[in-house]
Design a protein around this ligand. Structure first.
Ligand SMILES: [Zn+2]
Length: 555
C-alpha cells in the first residue's frame, strides 16, 4: 500500500499498457503530470479519484496522421479528437503543413488549405513561429508536426510544374533544415496533390537527406494508391533507403482500382524490412471521403482557380482531353478517382452543392439516368453548374481490404481526420467527417468488439506505443511509471461511434451527423482531466512536442 498522495488516482481499472500485453488489474497514481505509480496492491490516497471499475485504462491515443494544423488554431479544445481518446495529434501530413510560409506565395498555400485557411490569421512564417503560436494560444491535446514538402515547395517556387533549380533546391533544403531545428518530426509528402505531384524522386531524396541529419522520418501519401500502388510504395521506400531515413507510408490501404492488392504491398514491405529498411505504415478504417468533384481531374485542369476550371470544362476539346487522361490514368490521381476511371458512378453521391440541392444524396448514376445523359458528362456538368464548388461522397475502399490491412504487423492506426467541432466556425466548414469524429471508437466498436479482427491489446498498441516509437516519442504511448500521464479510460462494452453511416448509406444528410462518440469516459492529458464523464472540461493541458530540440540527434 502506497502512502503517497497522488494528484489523481485511477482505481480498479483493466490496465492495457499499450505495449501489446493483455490487461491486468491495477491502480494508477498520477503526480505532476506523470504516471507516478502503478500498483496491483492498490493505492488509496489521491486528491481526486476516478473509479475505473469495469473500464479499460489505456495510454492516450497518438494519431500519427491528421490534418488539424489550422483547426487547432481555430478551436484549441479539439473536441472531435479528444472525445475519441486521442491525446497527441500529429499534423503536417500529406505534404501540407502550416509552415514555413513565404508571403509571396501565401495565396497559393491558402488555396491548398481550402476554407479553413480563411478562418485563421496567418501571422507566422517559420515552423518555430507556428508551434509557438499554438503553444501561446493553448491546446487541449499534445501536438507534433511534420514539415510538408508541398508547403516547402510552394514557399520556394509556388505551384509551378517544373524541377527546382539548384538554387531553389538549396532554398528548400534550408527550409527543411530550419523546420527540423525548430521541432518538426520529419518531412511529409503528398505526391498526388499540387504541388507535390510535380516533384521527381530525386528532389525528395535530397530533402530527406536533410531530415536524416536531424533524426527525423519521411512520411508519404505516395504517388498512387490504386493501379500504381505497388510502384508508388517502392518509390517511398527508395527515398528512405537512399536518404537513410525511416519511412512511414500514409493511409496505405488499396483504393478502388487496386482492390485486393495488399498482398503484393505486404511483400514489398517485408522485403524492405529484410534488407534493413525501417518502413511501417498507417491506415484509418473508413471507406469513404467527400472531396470536391474537381479533385479527380488532372492537376493541370484544376490550376488557376474555379473560373478557369469551369471554362476548360466548357471547351469540348479540353473536356475530351480531361476525360481521356482520367481513363488512361495519365496523372497521379487521388485514390477516390478510381471510381470515376472505372465508371462506378453508383458509388459517388452528390454531397454539398448550391444549385442542385434537390439532387443531394443521389448517385451520379441516378442523376445521369434522370437527365438521360452520359454520367461522365453529368459529372463535368455538375462542376460547371456549381462553379467548381460541389463535393461528393466517394465510397472507394473495400471493407475487406481494411480488415486485411488492420491485421498487418507493420500497420498502425491513424484517423486521417482533423480536430473539429460541431459548433462555431468549424461547425460551418464541417463536411462529412466520420474519421474526425469517430475513428478510434469505430475501430474499437466494430473491428475489435464486434468482428474481433484485432484483440483489444493489439488495437491499443497500434493506437499508442507503436506510433510513439515511430515518432521517437520516448515518454508517451505506454502506461508505465515515469511516462507522461496521457490516459484514456473507456467502457469497452459501450464504446460507440456515432458519426459513421455504414454503406449503403441512408440519406437524407441528417444521417451524417457531427456527433461525438459514446463510451470514452475520461481523458487525461499531461495528468490533467480534460474529459470527465464524457464531457470536455475546457482544459488546455496539451503540450507542443518538438523533435530533437535542445537534444543531440539521438532519435
Ligand atoms: Zn493523404
Amino acid at each position: 500500500m502506497s502512502l503517497l498522495t497522488f494528484d489523481t488516482l485511477i482505481k480498479n481499472g483493466f490496465v492495457v499498457d499499450g505495449a501489446g500485453n493483455p490487461w491486468f488489474k491495477a491502480d494508477i497514481g498520477v503526480s505532476k503530470g506523470r504516471i507516478a505509480k502503478i500498483s496491483r496492491a492498490g493505492i488509496t490516497k489521491g486528491e481526486k479519484t476516478i473509479d475505473a471499475q469495469g473500464l479499460v485504462v489505456a495510454p492516450g491515443f497518438i494519431d500519427i496522421h491528421t490534418h488539424s494544423d489550422l483547426t487547432l488554431l481555430i478551436n484549441p479544445k479539439a473536441e472531435s479528437k479528444i472525445l475519441q481518446g486521442v491525446t497527441t495529434e500529429v499534423v503536417g501530413n500529406c505534404g501540407s503543413s502550416a509552415a514555413p510560409v513565404d508571403r509571396k506565395t501565401l495565396n497559393h498555400l491558402k488555396e491548398e488549405w481550402g476554407p479553413e485557411a480563411k478562418a485563421v490569421k496567418w501571422n507566422w512564417s517559420s515552423m518555430g513561429d507556428y508551434l509557438n503560436r499554438l503553444e501561446n494560444q493553448g491546446v487541449s491535446m499534445n501536438v507534433a508536426s511534420f514539415v510538408g514538402h508541398g508547403t516547402v515547395r510552394t514557399a520556394v517556387i509556388g505551384v509551378e510544374n517544373r524541377k527546382p533549380t539548384t538554387k531553389e533546391l538549396k532554398a528548400m533544403k534550408t527550409l527543411v533544415a530550419e523546420s527540423m531545428k525548430e521541432g518538426a518530426f520529419g518531412l511529409s509528402s503528398g505526391l498526388v496533390y499540387l504541388p507535390g505531384c510535380f516533384a521527381e524522386t530525386e528532389e525528395l531524396i535530397e530533402l530527406c537527406k536533410v531530415v536524416a541529419e536531424y533524426g527525423g522520418i519521411y512520411t508519404s501519401h505516395t504517388r498512387g494508391e490504386r493501379e500504381t500502388i505497388v510502384q508508388a510504395l517502392k518509390e517511398a521506400i527508395e527515398i528512405g533507403e537512399k536518404a537513410h531515413v525511416p519511412v512511414q507510408v500514409s493511409h496505405n490501404c488499396p483504393k478502388y482500382g487496386a482492390q485486393g492488392k495488399f498482398n503484393e504491398q505486404s511483400k514489398i514491405y517485408e522485403a524492405a524490412r529484410a534488407r534493413g529498411m525501417d518502413v511501417t505504415f498507417d491506415n484509418d478504417a473508413h471507406t469513404d471521403f467527400n472531396p470536391n468533384l474537381s479533385n479527380v481531374l488532372p492537376q493541370w485542369a484544376q490550376t488557376g482557380g474555379s473560373q478557369k476550371l469551369v471554362s476548360r470544362l466548357k471547351n469540348p476539346e479540353i473536356r475530351q482531353q480531361i476525360r481521356k487522361e482520367i481513363l488512361e490514368d495519365k496523372f497521379p490521381g487521388p485514390g477516390y478517382s478510381g471510381l470515376v476511371k472505372h465508371g462506378r458512378w453508383d458509388r459517388i453521391f452528390l454531397f454539398k452543392c448550391k444549385k442542385n440541392k434537390n439532387l443531394i444524396g443521389k448517385s451520379i448514376r441516378e442523376i445521369a439516368k434522370s437527365r438521360c445523359a452520359d454520367p461522365f458528362d453529368v459529372y463535368f456538368d455538375l462542376i460547371i453548374e456549381e462553379k467548381g464548388e460541389a463535393s461528393a461522397l466517394f465510397n472507394y475502399i473495400e471493407e475487406n481490404d481494411i480488415r486485411t490491412v488492420l491485421k498487418h504487423p507493420l500497420m498502425m492506426i491513424c484517423s486521417d481526420g482533423e480536430a473539429t467541432a460541431s459548433y462555431g466556425v468549424l461547425g460551418k466548414i464541417n463536411g462529412y467527417s466520420p474519421c474526425s469524429y469517430g475513428e478510434y471508437p469505430y475501430i474499437l466498436e466494430r473491428y475489435v468488439r464486434e468482428e474481433k479482427v484485432l484483440s483489444l491489446h493489439e488495437a491499443i498498441r497500434k493506437m499508442s506505443s507503436f506510433p510513439a516509437q515511430k515518432l521517437g516519442l520516448k515518454d508517451r504511448g505506454l502506461l508505465k511509471e515515469g511516462m507522461c500521464a496521457d490516459i484514456t479510460i473507456f467502457d469497452f462494452n459501450a464504446v460507440k461511434d456515432r458519426a459513421t453511416n455504414r454503406f449503403p448509406y441512408s440519406f437524407p444528410l441528417s444521417n451524417f451527423p457531427h456527433k461525438y462518440p459514446e463510451g470514452i469516459r475520461y481523458v487525461l492529458v499531461n495528468g490533467e482531466i480534460v474529459v470527465e464523464n464524457g464531457k470536455h472540461k475546457g482544459i488546455l493541458s496539451g503540450r507542443i512536442l518538438r523533435h530533437n530540440v535542445g537534444k543531440a540527434t539521438e532519435n
